[in-house]
Design a protein around this ligand. Structure first.
Ligand code: BES
Ligand code: ZN
Length: 446
């Protein structure tokens, strides 16, 4: 954070211009638009209590909060209770997703071949215990396998050019009962078949060294029989949740009907308490809900914490899909707070999916310039829930510090690494940005 002279001067001016008359006379004293704005800015900026944010991060980050677990449910109940304690009605929006448990047993052996193979399962590899002739099938493209007889056989396919899932479905279309894919490079990969429903035959991955050696063995020993066993993989339907609190608009004659969504994901990855990722954004969403509660505006503000972001932005996708066309058209901005308080990360940046400015970056830059003397920079990034909103045509941006702390997604993402001054800085920028938008709307609709 930069505590700039501007921020200090702004605070003093706002204090003199508003607090003294408010204390001396009444909260309705400020009569001009300028004084009204100053009073509101004071109410928001002075209203932010960073200890509330910090304490909520502390509560939320006692355990990991993996989507679909009891710990996520506990966090959801806590967030709902907090919204309610600020005077909001709060709704829990639940949704289902498929989770995959990888196999416990995975073996591949080839008759007459003594090298020990260490096959790796793909995410979504299905169980099966099969045996059949191993046939080299190039890259597994249709032109590679058209002339091959794969019926009842195991296809041995090199990685590259088309997806793993497409290789497997091409081979199964030609009758293969199992697939082995081997790397064409010496890197390690965490391969996924992309979708729980994509494949029906057991499939495994081998390294480049294993694959190359197997290919030369097959050249010398055509017709070699392989045995592939995958056991213990399972697919389960699971449930995660979004928590929603809505600040209702005050209806004016000429209301804009606009909606702003402020959001953060409350889930974490396994093993990580996720103090910064993203209890920080969740706790900041709560505090902004508290502070903005009594600011009267004709813009509706929705505070939403999303589940299952870490599993592929599932909660925000469910939320956006659940909106009507009318609601989508009325949402003018999505502020996505994800990793907003690490001591060990760099400076604040904003990210949009196309790297271009939009209403959220404009408002935030105007606010940060006023508060810190310089506008927060922005760049391109597609790694969090703002993507879902942006893809639905809604101006959206992520607030994050860059570069990221080194213990991102590890057990070390704990409360002791959280910086109150970073939290204060982001909360002020977002609070002021939203205030400026809802106040200018109030005025334009008069
Ligand atoms: N908070 C991160 C996103 C992030 C991390 C953005 C570092 C920029 C720098 C988020 O929770 C996350 O981990 N996202 C996943 C992608 C998501 C689609 C599963 C990621 O970036 O790997
Ligand atoms: Zn995150």
């Amino acid at each position: 954070m930069r505590i700039s002279i501007n921020k200090i001067i702004l605070t003093i001016i706002l204090g003199i211009a508003t607090v003294i008359p408010i204390v001396a006379f009444s909260p309705h004293f400020a009569s001009t638009e300028f004084e009204k704005m100053n009073a509101l800015e004071t109410q928001v900026l002075w209203g932010i209590d960073v200890d509330n944010i910090y304490n909520n991060i502390k509560v939320l980050s006692k355990t990991p909060r993996v989507a679909g677990t009891a710990q996520e449910k506990k966090a959801v109940a806590y967030i709902k209770k907090q919204f309610e304690s600020y005077g909001y009605e709060s709704e829990v929006q639940s949704f289902h997703f498929n989770s995959y448990t990888p196999p416990q047993t995975l073996t591949l052996s080839i008759k007459g071949y003594s090298q020990r193979l260490q096959p790796i399962a793909f995410e979504y590899s299905v169980n099966g215990d099969i045996s059949g002739e191993i046939v080299a099938a190039g890259l597994g493209k249709m032109e590679d396998i058209n002339k091959l007889d794969l019926k009842g056989k195991i296809a041995l396919i090199q990685r590259g050019e088309i997806t793993f899932a497409d290789k497997i479905s091409n081979a199964t279309a030609k009758g293969a009962i199992g697939v082995i894919i081997y790397n064409q490079e010496s890197d390690t990969i965490n391969g996924s078949l992309g979708d729980t429903t994509k494949t029906s035959v057991p499939a495994v991955f081998l390294t480049k060294e294993e694959g190359d050696d197997l290919i030369s063995h097959l050249k010398k020993n055509p017709g070699s029989i392989g045995q592939l066993n995958i056991k213990g993989a399972s697919f389960n339907q699971n449930t995660s949740h979004n928590v929603i609190a809505i600040k209702k608009p005050v209806k004016l004659n000429n209301s804009t009907n606009n909606i702003i969504v402020i959001g953060a994901h409350h889930d974490s990855v396994a093993g990580a308490p996720g103090a910064n990722d993203d209890a920080s954004g969740t706790a900041m969403t709560l505090e902004l809900a508290r502070v903005l509660k009594n600011i009267s505006s004709d813009t509706e503000i929705r505070f939403v914490t999303f589940g299952a972001e870490e599993l592929g932005l599932l909660g925000s996708s469910h939320y956006v899909e659940s909106l009507s066309e009318d609601e989508k058209n009325r949402i003018v901005a999505n502020f996505n707070l994800d990793m907003v308080g690490s001591k060990n990360a760099g400076n604040l940046i904003l990210q949009t999916i196309d790297g271009k400015p939009n209403l959220v970056t404009d408002l935030s830059q105007e606010a940060s310039e006023k508060l810190n003397g310089e506008p927060t920079p922005f760049n391109q990034g597609e790694r969090s829930d703002h993507v879902t909103f942006a893809e639905a045509g809604i101006p959206a941006a992520l607030f994050i510090h860059h570069p990221t702390e080194e213990w991102y997604h590890t057990p070390q993402d704990t409360i002791d690494k959280i910086s109150k001054s970073k939290l204060q800085d982001v909360a002020e920028i977002v609070g002021l940005a939203i205030l400026n938008q809802i106040v200018s709307e109030n005025q334009s609709s008069k």
